[in-house]
Design a protein around this ligand. Structure first.
Ligand SMILES: [Zn+2]
Length: 168
């Protein structure tokens, strides 16, 4: 479930620029609740990730936090992201090229990945794409999977692949 407030609806004017997203609980308290020690670096990594909608790579987050921290290495950014992913505060999005992108929105939501730019954007929740796809999946296929793996399937995670249409 959501660990922090639902992100506000996408603002087309923001164009991926910083928009505060996790403002209902302090980062310190959130980390404490997840058993994560709140170091300055971890906090900056997390708050930088919360403040952008672009699903950045570790290198991009490194660029974001670098001006704010005197001594931060890319390895520290990677380590912080691993810790935050481990406790479920950050979601890792593996890409087909082996690189990963990161998302501070850990709610179940769908992404569109642009083939040409590797950019990732959120599909708005109100489209309920995940629920609608679940309803369309053949029930006997789901039952077969549940039987074979001894599990209960309760969601679907799909990345839509797209190319931007040329204007005109
Ligand atoms: Zn996302």
């Amino acid at each position: 479930m959501l660990e922090h407030s639902t992100p506000p609806a996408a603002d087309p004017a923001s164009n991926g620029q910083a928009v505060p997203r996790c403002d209902c609980e302090s980062t310190e308290r959130l980390f404490a609740r997840h058993g994560v020690r709140c170091t300055r670096q971890r906090r900056l990594v997390y708050e930088s990730l919360c403040s952008c909608r672009t699903h950045p790579t570790a290198e991009e987050i490194f660029q974001l936090v670098q001006p704010a921290v005197d001594r931060v290495s890319l390895a520290t950014v990677y380590n912080s992201l691993e810790v935050l992913c481990g406790v479920g505060l950050v979601q890792k999005i593996p890409m087909s090229n082996g690189c990963c992108r990161f998302d501070a929105d850990t709610s179940t939501h769908m992404h569109i990945r642009f083939r040409d730019t590797a950019e990732i954007v959120d599909v708005p929740d109100e489209l309920e794409v995940g629920d609608r796809i679940m309803e369309l999946l053949p029930k006997e296929m789901l039952r077969e999977i549940e039987r074979r793996f001894g599990v209960r399937v309760d969601g679907v995670s799909i990345q839509l692949l797209a190319r931007r249409r040329k204007p005109g």
